[in-house]
Design a protein around this ligand. Sequence first.
Ligand code: 5GP
Ligand code: MN
Length: 339
Amino acid sequence: MTKQDITAINQLLATPKKIVIVSHKNPDGDAIGSSLALFHYLTKTNHLATVIVPNDYPDFLKWIPGQDLILKYDSQKEDSEQKIAEADIIFTLDFNAFHRAGDMVNVLANSQALKIMIDHHQQPDDYAKYTYSDVTMSSTCEMIYNFIEYLDGLPVIDSNIATAIYVGIMTDTGSFRFRSTTSATHRIIANLIDKGADNTFIHNQVFDTNSYNRLQLLGCALSNLKVIPESRAAFITLSQKELQQFDYKKGDTEGFVNYALSLNNVVLAAIFIEDLQQGIIKISLRSKGDFSVNEMSRAHFQGGGHTNAAGGKSDVDIAKTVEKFISILPQYNTALHEA
Ligand code: 5GP
Ligand code: MN
């Protein structure tokens, strides 16, 4: 994002605008956090802002201030489309291509509103008038903090904005441990605490509100864990039947794949989750070091993401998906041993 872009956006936001904020399908902490932080910021600076997400998000995010005002496109289509039709500006947050917004792809692509992208995923599409893309950033939330700073808006940050930004940085950095976490990230976190983000409360809301069933499902996932030592890889499977057995709720499998990655001498981890409704296997990939799961997912699993965290899907059944995963590993063995 250039100085000229900032000047232009400042001019644009000098008068009240109708603004829609959209994030990706199956929104996570960074998607919801960045959307709500920007929502509060724009509302406080006299704009009419609406957050629209493609579909529902996990209960552990359903306490962030303002989340009750979020429109869900899949269940509130008419209201959502009206807001998009009326919008002067659409911010697209935490995704790099319209198709990541699921069923919203067409309504976004057809909208005449001025688009502003803020995102940290690799290889962003070129649909926005203004693009703030930085793959070195820990999270879109960290970029929202920077964006507010570029607009000289830091004094506007209150406890609601600070809390929302904190959530996204915390969840996208694995609680401040991934390589994308820098001293600048920690300085921002310190400022957010000063502005009223209650760090203990936030961690508790996100990580210590498990249901008994979720922990039993984790037990099931861990008993399904398999290791492929020659490729320094490990994977977990969860069938729809197993999900049902433990009364699966959205978000329950969040973080499971990290247990596979936590194994000594494992640098690539995957989880394969059966979704009979969509007729797909949803895949999450994680890696240590320089091994790029973004590239692996783009090449084999119709997805993408970051170097160390990516997602994708498969259209064949879970057994065949696992078979495919195992069959492609040998071509990566050198890279996996260097990682
Ligand atoms: P997760 O495995 O937690 O769903 O996602 C890990 C990362 O990959 C996130 O940054 C997410 O946005 C991205 N991601 C997840 N699923 C997909 C997908 O199907 N396509 C692409 N391009 N990125 C994905
Ligand atoms: Mn993110």
